[in-house]
Design a protein around this ligand. Structure first.
Ligand SMILES: Cc1cc2nc3c(=O)[nH]c(=O)nc-3n(C[C@H](O)[C@H](O)[C@H](O)COP(=O)(O)OP(=O)(O)OC[C@H]3O[C@@H](n4cnc5c(N)ncnc54)[C@H](O)[C@@H]3O)c2cc1C
Length: 460
């Protein structure tokens, strides 16, 4: 009989799942993507400012996976025939905003963790003599710690506060002292279970990364990442249901019943299998009646809220020769990072100068509770202070808020996830940033794995 599969959540994880399901299931299988908002893509949303393409969410993806091979995002780009649209940032350095100046970002670190602490110059002083060989690996088998805990113990506070924290702030809007090493830096977590010093562990992780020096680290798509969303949705051939949240999930004799839409006018839909590709809180709500242990294991994940302010400064506004900069939390600014869009990407240089400013960190939600005009003024003023001189007022701007946008994986996340997955009935799989990592490649791979799991369960 013709099968039906529901993918709940139309972000990149859900779309990658739908596409893989199309490849794995018989052609008459009906795949339905349920997205509660009015548009697919989730955190992938391409916008525009003063005629220039500017991402309103994610900007680029890693080209290489943790295994040194092409990342799942690049493989998806190829699968969709978009490889000719692949673009890379220009080779312009990035900086750290430290004590009133923009210092070049030290090269050769692993998310800010250096192999050679003496090479950090005046960016950060390492605590001398702490990274000693105590005769055993840094971490026991199965042990996970916060990135900050490990690096503070071995290299001292300054390396964390001035280098690792801003780097992790750039990716997670989170703090090194709260984020799991296993999730944020899996290669380092692996080598830390073998090596006796942090510098040896970083060197081993870098050697294992398979990265070819000189190859671009990041990729994006000409025209923006919404192209990836549109192409994945079209190629998957799934039926797309927009605008109705899935409110409840229940078991039936042969599969699953979805309850959709507003409380006064509910609709139901019966399917044979479900891929759940939504954030942690809605996942936990939907899982509670059908897999309570899984709901409990995933429901506690915290999120950071961030806001992006894009500014179109007048043509010719001078900016430092940088792609942008990161700001350590200790600076106390609301601005945590800035991207000089027209310099970093191949955009017209004689038009408006576009800067995308990122505001907010984990635990600082209340600092974003201002209207758009106030946030824009704050972003513009702090940007001027951080680059060392006042800027002309922007000719145009927008604000994009991502409330609860970035998961904060605490140490032990992978164990909790294993508990959740073990508690799932067959035919129900989890995908996306709530579970398997924040980056686009991780979300794509996670969606594809979930599709493989449910199609196996259906074939059994
Ligand atoms: C500002 C910002 C910048 C980023 N920059 C980068 C970057 O440069 N590179 C990178 O690799 N990553 C970046 N990320 C992270 C990355 O974009 C995300 O982790 C990833 O896109 C998440 O994909 P997802 O499909 O798991 O979840 P989402 O994109 O969150 O999609 C989940 C979808 O589920 C829907 N949904 C929720 N509940 C329900 C329900 N009950 N019923 C139906 N639908 C529901 C939501 O509306 C949403 O569309 C960034 C994130 C943010 C916020």
């Amino acid at each position: 009989m013709r099968k039906r599969i529901a993918v709940i959540g139309g972000g990149i994880a859900g779309l990658a799942a739908a596409l893989r399901l199309r490849d794995l299931t018989p052609p008459d299988t009906e795949i339905i993507v349920y997205e509660q908002s009015g548009a697919l893509g989730g955190k992938l949303r391409t916008g525009e400012l003063a005629g220039v393409t500017v991402e309103r969410g994610a900007e680029s993806f890693l080209m290489t996976g943790a295994d040194g091979r092409e990342s799942a995002a690049v493989a998806l780009v190829r699968r969709l025939g978009l490889e000719k649209a692949l673009v890379h940032p220009r080779k312009v350095p990035a900086a750290l905003a430290l004590g009133g100046r923009l210092a070049p970002m030290p090269a050769g670190t692993l998310v800010g963790v250096p192999a050679d602490v003496t090479a950090l110059g005046d960016v950060a002083q390492a605590a001398a003599g702490h990274d000693t060989d105590n005769g055993h690996p840094l971490l026991a088998v199965g042990q996970d710690v916060a990135v900050g805990a490990l690096v503070r113990e071995r290299y001292g506070d300054e390396v964390v506060d001035r280098l690792v924290d801003p780097m992790l702030g750039g990716v997670y809007a989170g703090r090194a002292d709260r984020i799991s090493l296993d999730v944020a830096m899996p290669q380092l977590a692996r080598t830390a279970r073998v090596e006796h010093t942090l510098s040896a562990a970083v060197r081993a992780a870098q050697a294992a990364s398979g990265r070819v020096p000189g190859q671009p680290v990041f990729g994006a798509l000409e025209g923006g990442l919404s192209r990836l969303v549109g192409a994945a949705a079209t190629a998957g051939g799934a039926r797309i249901s927009l605008g109705l949240p899935v409110r409840e999930l229940a078991r039936t004799a042969h599969g699953w019943r979805l309850l959709l839409g507003p409380v006064p006018a509910p609709q139901t839909d019966d399917v044979d299998a479900v891929v759940l590709a939504v954030q942690a809180k809605p996942s936990a709500r939907l899982l509670a009646p059908v897999a309570p242990a899984a709901a409990e294991a995933v429901g506690g994940l915290d999120y950071a809220s961030v806001a992006l302010v894009a500014l179109a400064l007048p043509p010719g506004t001078p900016l430092p020769e940088l792609s942008g900069f990161l700001v350590p939390p200790s600076a106390g600014t609301l601005v945590k990072a800035a991207t000089f869009v027209t310099r970093k990407w191949d955009r017209p240089e004689n038009g408006p100068v576009i800067v995308r400013v990122s505001l907010g960190r984990a635990g600082e939600e209340d600092r974003l509770q201002f209207d758009d005009a106030v946030l824009t003024e704050r972003a513009w003023r702090e940007l001027g202070e951080l680059i060392g001189g006042p800027l002309p007022p922007p000719a145009a701007s927008w604000v994009q808020r991502w409330g609860g946008g970035l998961p904060q994986y605490a140490p032990g996340h992978l164990d909790r996830l294993a508990v959740a997955r073990a508690a799932l009935p067959p035919g129900l799989a989890l995908a996306g940033a709530a579970f398997d990592g924040v980056g686009i490649p991780a979300c794509v791979a996670s969606g594809e794995r979930a599709a493989e799991d449910v199609s196996k369960a259906m074939a059994a």
